[in-house]
Design a protein around this ligand. Sequence first.
Ligand code: NAP
Length: 286
Amino acid sequence: MSAILLDGAATAAQIREELKPRVQRLREAGIVPHLSVVIIGDDPASHTYVRMKAKACRGIGIESQTYALPAETTQQEAEELIARLNADENVHGILIQHPVPKHLDEIRLLNCLSPDKDVDGISPASLGALVAGVAKFISCTPLGIVELLDRYRIPIEGQRAVVVGRSIILGKPLALLLLQRNATVTVCHTRTRDLPSVTREADILVAACGRAELITGDMIRPGAVVVDAGYNRVEGRSGDVGDVHFESASQVASYITPVPGGVGPMTIAMLLSNTVRAAEMRLESP
Ligand code: NAP
């Protein structure tokens, strides 16, 4: 392996340490930062993510409450809960764990979130604000990726960035963020013709497609920075597998994120950071 590891776990730990004194200051001012997490249904992976988020909150003094609703929850019941949390002065951030059961309209639910509490940054209002360059909160995984690049002093401006994936939680907001930072951005998806010829143009290549090891070393320009946002369960393999074939990619890339320990911990760190900021906003304008 010749690539340098972009260590998301260590960087996230550093960010958590930086957040602690801010949480302390808020508590001294009588504000206990609070994140409410709404999870609907029984998806085991989602429950694991929610537990990880709650633990991370506790670790830096953020209070968190999880609302685990049954899979048969109706749209009205879910919307009523969001309305209650919106109105609760002690709640600074609300996260609706994705995905929700299919019978629910997820976009409509996200539309119910107060933009001041959408610390996950994925409601249509927050995404629209990102397009306009005035977002209060930016989606945590894209934000974490850009933060990781910044902390390793990897230049973004003027670079050719290729994002493989266009979901509303990851690919699209990341493309917008990179564009805001003056990268030249290409977004790929399942209808992209000749994907390898596009990925080979990237100075910064982000794999966010949810296809285990789709991006192989031969699809990467030598010296490119490779970020792997993927987490895939593959039968017969232990642990999670990224969207990048790490063994071949790390021979070609200059920098690369591992899975696990790359983008995942950064996502959680950004959720904490957004929640602290939401509480600070309350302090600034009570
Ligand atoms: P998603 O909603 O399934 O979207 C996947 C995107 O990738 C789609 O836009 C799809 O294109 C595109 N795609 C799929 N196969 C492709 C192919 N063969 N070639 C080119 N494009 C392809 O997934 P997501 O929610 O964005 O998640 C993506 C990955 O990131 C997953 O592995 C997920 O587990 C991981 N993730 C990680 C974190 C974290 O905290 N680290 C957070 C969120 C997600 P179409 O639009 O044409 O279908």
